[in-house]
Design a protein around this ligand. Structure first.
Ligand code: ZN
Length: 491
């Protein structure tokens, strides 16, 4: 079939202190075939999977924009409109096509747009007309909107957090599109939106069991896909919330019934599936009390992967105060300190000021004497199954604490980002990672204990710390009285 593909993916936070423009896409990934620009940036990965797999399956691919940026604040309005219009224009020129396959995040904001995915899909639907299937793969942290479901034929969210299944979901989306174009399937979608928000780990029960149940539901006759979009809590828009998405083969009542059933299942266990919230003090006490092995403390509130700065110092201050030994912290975003470390060179000892720069949520900087232990021009790590370059990085040491500093903002995904700088994780007792959950896939085998901690930060799961004005209320957990089924609102 003749398949049009594009990727526009940015997780935008209403509460991020980091603004976003086209340069952030150039840094991560920006591919503009119709302008003759090849892939640039540090990411060349999962987001292009639909295009690569489409080629492998022998389809005639018309590839449009591939654009990804690190999570941060809403994209500048004109930059979003430029990317959107380029995709829409590429599709117009590519017509007639048999199908459209898109990788979108689901939580993208731009200045003046609180639903970029819905806006883009509406513009693409206007070009294709009603009959050409538009399939969309999203990150499960997308807030699924009415405009998205109205204009897409099938939306599939990844099922796992950490997101280990993007590639499998891309195959499923292509299966559905192929069957639709061949006349073997007629996708019908139903979405059940829940009045709840939060961060939910699929690695823990009872959500693990619910996600396993989705695979069983997909074995039923007439069911093409069932996924749960957890939503993105750090949006101040009316679209925030968990959504169950069911794609059936021509059976709207079946899709609706299953979506509502799974929705009721998720809502019933909301208290149990919410991410743990251990305080900084309690997390460090638990880690220090471990007799053997490594305690990993996730500094969940300062996760660059959710739009936080990744330069907060709350844990580093406390580790220094308690004179921690065999401890390591990473990755702290501090381009100035990285530059100073490179100038000083490996082996140099000097007074330095670390972190605490971006906003009040970053805390005060750390002033201490540090030894430059290691430097690398190209720190890398494995993220979503692909080795990705983070960039220039330095390992500094003060007392018994190693600190990994980076020049380009990125969350911790895998041990390489410590090991490539010589941090010996086998002898590390306390490891603080700036990540909410993606670290889990690769660090779990190394950890005696994993502690999800909440210090201040732009990705705190203490949602009372954010000044929401546009959420549809009531919404759990801010409003404990939120009930399901709720009256349908504009979520
Ligand atoms: Zn996500």
């Amino acid at each position: 079939m003749r398949l049009f593909t594009a990727c526009l993916a940015h997780e935008s936070s209403s509460f991020s202190p980091i603004p976003t423009n086209m340069e952030n896409f150039r840094d991560a990934m920006l591919h503009r075939p119709s302008r003759g620009e090849t892939v640039k940036g540090r990411f060349k990965s999962i987001e292009c999977a639909l295009t690569a797999k489409g080629h492998d399956r022998g389809h005639d691919i018309v590839e449009s924009v591939g654009a990804v940026a690190m999570p941060s604040g809403p994209l500048a309005r004109t930059d979003y409109e430029e990317l959107r219009d380029e995709i829409v224009n590429d599709l117009r020129l590519a017509m007639p096509v048999d199908a459209v396959a898109l990788f979108l995040h689901g939580a993208q904001l731009a200045q003046g747009y609180d639903d970029c995915e819905g806006d883009l899909l509406a513009a693409l639907r206007a070009v294709t007309g009603p009959d050409i299937p538009i399939g969309v793969e999203i990150d499960l942290h997308g807030n699924v909107t009415e405009a998205m479901t109205r204009n897409a034929t099938a939306i599939i969210a990844c099922k796992e957090y950490p997101h280990t299944d993007f590639l499998e979901r891309a195959d499923e989306l292509l299966d559905i599109l192929e069957a639709t174009v061949a006349g073997r399937a007629r996708p019908v979608m139903a979405v059940c939106k829940l009045p709840m928000t939060g961060i939910f780990h699929t690695t823990r029960q009872p959500l693990r069991g619910i996600v396993d149940g989705l695979f069983e539901l997909e074995q039923r006759p007439g069911v093409l896909s069932v996924s749960i979009a957890h939503g993105f809590p750090w949006h101040d828009t009316p679209h925030v919330g968990v959504a169950v998405i069911v794609v059936s083969d021509g059976d709207e009542p079946l899709a609706r019934t299953l979506a509502d059933e799974v929705g009721a299942q998720v809502f019933a266990v909301r208290e149990q599936i919410a991410a743990p919230r251990t305080s900084l003090e309690e997390a460090l006490a638990q880690a220090a009390g471990l007799n053997s092995g490594m305690a990993i403390i996730a500094d969940t509130a300062d996760n660059a992967g959710g739009g936080a700065a990744s330069d907060s110092t709350f844990f580093l201050h406390e580790l220094i105060r308690m004179e921690a030994q065999d401890a390591a912290v990473g990755m702290i975003w501090d381009p100035v300190a990285v530059d100073i470390a490179f100038t000083a060179g490996v082996g140099a000892t000097l007074a330095m000021r670390i972190g605490g720069k971006t906003s009040v949520l970053s805390g005060p900087p750390v002033d201490a004497e540090f030894k430059v232990m290691a430097l690398t021009p190209r720190l890398g790590q494995t993220a979503f199954g692909f080795y990705r370059i983070v960039g220039r990085a330095a390992r500094l040491r003060t007392g018994g604490i190693d600190v990994v500093l980076i020049e380009s903002r990125e969350q911790v995904h895998s041990p390489e980002c410590f090991e490539e700088l010589g941090v010996d994780l086998a002898s590390t007792r306390i490891l603080v990672v700036k990540s909410a959950q993606h670290f889990h896939a690769r660090f779990k085998p190394l950890a005696e204990k994993i502690i999800y901690a909440v210090a201040p930060g732009a990705t705190s799961v203490d949602f009372t710390t954010f000044d929401y004005a546009r959420l549809v209320r009531p919404i759990w957990p801010l409003d404990p009285e939120a009930a399901f089924p709720s009256t349908p609102g504009p979520r």
